[in-house]
Design a protein around this ligand. Structure first.
Ligand code: ADP
Length: 483
C-alpha cells in the first residue's frame, strides 16, 4: 500500500482512547473491490463491545459537555488540519477499500474535512432566546444543550465524509459519538479516529466499532444511554433502526435512499446540462444516494442531448481507481453488479434502447460499462427503484406540468436536478419538486453549509448547516418567577 504515514492504517477498534480487538479476537476480512484481494482484517465486535463502548462514551459526556464551545472548536480545528495534512494517505486508503478514482477520494477528504472546519466555527453560535413573558413577574429563557451519546452508522459509498458529517456537529456541541462504519470500508473510519486521537480529543469522546452490523445496531438503538441515532444507508435498514429506537424514544436522523429526477428543459444550456448529468450520474460509479436516476429530456432537445451525453460518457475511463487517469472505478461488490445487470435487462425487455454500454466491462470482476438507456418505459424497474450503478435511463417529456408529475412520482424525496435559463420556471419548478435538495443548473449541490436531507421515505432530519447542528441539541426553557 502506497501510504507514507503507516500509523494511519489501523486494524483495531478505537474505544475509550484505546485500540482494541473484539472480545473473542474474531475478525472480518476487507476486500479491495478492484482487485478482489484482501486488504486486511478488522475486529468483529458485537453486543458486548458495544455495550461497553456506550458506557465509556456516557462517562466521557460529563466533561465533554462542560467544555466551552471554544475549547471544543480548538480540538476540531486540530483534527481538520491533521485530516488535510494527511489527505493523500487517507485518499489512498479510501480508493483501496472503496474503489473510487483517486481524484474523487482526494476530493472527498477535503469535503469531509470541511464539515469539521465548518462546525468548529458554528458551535460558537448555539444561541438561545429570551421570550417576552405574558406575566409581569416572569421571564423565560431558552437554552440549547447537547443531546447526549450519539450512535452513528455510516455507509461505504462515502467512507470518510459521512463520518465527519455526523461526528463534527455532534462533537462540536458536546456529544460523544460511537461510530459503526460499513464493513466494506472500515479503514477510512479507523484512520480518522487515529487522527482524532492525535488531535487530543479526551478518551471516550470518539469511538469506532467494526463488526456485526445487526448486533451493534441493535445495542445502539436499544440502550437508553444513547440519546440519538444518526444513520446513512438504505431505506430498508433505516426503518429497522427507527423501529428499534422506539422503545427508548430516541431522536433518529435518517439519510436514506434516493431516486433523483434530472430534468433538462428546452431552454437550458445543453452543454451545461450534459456536464451536470455526468457529474450527478457517474460520480462514484453511480453509487451515491443523490445520483440522477431518471433523466427527463424535453422533446425539442432529446436527440441532441443524447448525442452529446453519449459522447461525454464514451470518454469515461474505467479501471482501478489508483491509476491517475481512471475516472470510474468498480462497483462495490458482485451483488451491486447483479442489480445493474437486472435493471438493464428488464428495461430492454420493456422497450429501452442502448446508446452506449450495457454490458460488464472487459476488465471483469466488479467493473461495468457506463451505460445510457433511452426511450425507457415508465413500467421498467429502473424507473421505480434506485439502481446504485453507472446506468443513465432517459425519458422524453413535452410539458413542465407532465415532467413535474413524473419527477414527483416516487416514494423517495432526496435530491433533484433541473436545467433551465428561465427565471420564472426556476422558481416554479424548484417549489413544485417534492425533494429536500434541488440543484438548479448544477449536478453537485452538496457542501458543509447546506441542510442535506430528504423528504418522504428518503429520511428524517438534516445534516450540515445550522439545521444539522440543531439535530444534536435539546431545547430547554427556563421560566423564572418572582422578579
Ligand atoms: P447498503 O445496502 O448500501 O450496504 P445498508 O443500509 O445495508 O446499505 O448499510 C448501511 C450501514 O448500515 C452499514 O454500516 C451497514 O453495516 C449498516 N447496517 C446494515 N444492516 C444493519 C442493521 N440491521 N442494523 C444496524 N446497521 C445495519
Amino acid at each position: 500500500m502506497n501510504i507514507s504515514n503507516k500509523s494511519l492504517f489501523k486494524n483495531k477498534c478505537f474505544v475509550n482512547g484505546e485500540w482494541i480487538n473484539s472480545a473473542n479476537n474474531s475478525s472480518i476480512d476487507v476486500i479491495n473491490p478492484a482487485t478482489l484481494k484482501s486488504i486486511g482484517k478488522v475486529p468483529d465486535c458485537g453486543t458486548k463491545e458495544t455495550h461497553e463502548a456506550i458506557k465509556k462514551a456516557y462517562e466521557s459526556w460529563k466533561n465533554w459537555k462542560e467544555k466551552t464551545a471554544l475549547e471544543r472548536s480548538i480540538l476540531l480545528k486540530k483534527w481538520n488540519d491533521l485530516i488535510l495534512a494527511n489527505q493523500e494517505d487517507l485518499a489512498q486508503i479510501m480508493t483501496i477499500e472503496q474503489g473510487k478514482p483517486i481524484s474523487e477520494s482526494r476530493a472527498e477528504i477535503v469535503y469531509g474535512a470541511s464539515f469539521v472546519e465548518w462546525f468548529a466555527e458554528e458551535c460558537k453560535r448555539v444561541y438561545g432566546d429570551i421570550i417576552p413573558d405574558r406575566f409581569k413577574d416572569k421571564r423565560t429563557v431558552v437554552i440549547k444543550q447537547p443531546i447526549g451519546v450519539v450512535g452513528a452508522i455510516t455507509p461505504w459509498n462515502f467512507p470518510s465524509s459521512m463520518i465527519t458529517r455526523k461526528c463534527a456537529p455532534a462533537l462540536a456541541v458536546g456529544c460523544p459519538v460511537i461510530i459503526k462504519p460499513a464493513p466494506q470500508t472500515p479503514f477510512s473510519a479507523l484512520a480518522l479516529a487515529s487522527l482524532a486521537e492525535k488531535a487530543g480529543f479526551p478518551k471516550g469522546v470518539i469511538n469506532i466499532l467494526t463488526g456485526d452490523a445487526e448486533k451493534i445496531g441493535k445495542e445502539l438503538c436499544s440502550n437508553s444511554l444513547v440519546r440519538k441515532i444518526s444513520f446513512t444507508g438504505s431505506t430498508e435498514v433505516g426503518k429497522i433502526l427507527l423501529k428499534q429506537s422506539a422503545p427508548t424514544v430516541k431522536k433518529v436522523s435518517l439519510e436514506l435512499g434516493g431516486h433523483a429526477p434530472f430534468i433538462a428543459f428546452e431552454d437550458c444550456d445543453i452543454d451545461e446540462a450534459v456536464t451536470g448529468a455526468i457529474q450527478s450520474k457517474f460520480r462514484n460509479t453511480g453509487q451515491t444516494c443523490v445520483c440522477a436516476n431518471r433523466i427527463f429530456i424535453h422533446e425539442k432537445i432529446y436527440e441532441i442531448f443524447i448525442k452529446k451525453f453519449t459522447e461525454e460518457v464514451s470518454k469515461i475511463k474505467v479501471g482501478n481507481g489508483l491509476e491517475e487517469n481512471v475516472t470510474a472505478g468498480p462497483l462495490i461488490d458482485n451483488l451491486a453488479v447483479e442489480k445493474v445487470k437486472d435493471h438493464i435487462q428488464d428495461a430492454i425487455k420493456k422497450g429501452s434502447k442502448i446508446a452506449i454500454g450495457g454490458k460488464p466491462h472487459d476488465l471483469g470482476g466488479n467493473f461495468y460499462e457506463p451505460t445510457i438507456l433511452y426511450d425507457v418505459s415508465i413500467k421498467a424497474k429502473i424507473t421505480n427503484e434506485e439502481t446504485f450503478g453507472p446506468v443513465a435511463p432517459i425519458y422524453k417529456f413535452s410539458s413542465e406540468k407532465e415532467v413535474i408529475e413524473m419527477a414527483n412520482n416516487s416514494e423517495y424525496g432526496l435530491a433533484s436536478y433541473f436545467f433551465s435559463r428561465d427565471i420564472g420556471r426556476i422558481w416554479r419548478v424548484s417549489e413544485a419538486l417534492e425533494y429536500g435538495i434541488v440543484g438548479v443548473n448544477t449536478g453537485l449541490p452538496s457542501k458543509a453549509e447546506i441542510p442535506f436531507g430528504g423528504m418522504k421515505q428518503s429520511g428524517l432530519g438534516r445534516e450540515g448547516s445550522k439545521y444539522g447542528l440543531e439535530d444534536f441539541l435539546e431545547i430547554k426553557y427556563i421560566n423564572m418567577a418572582g422578579i
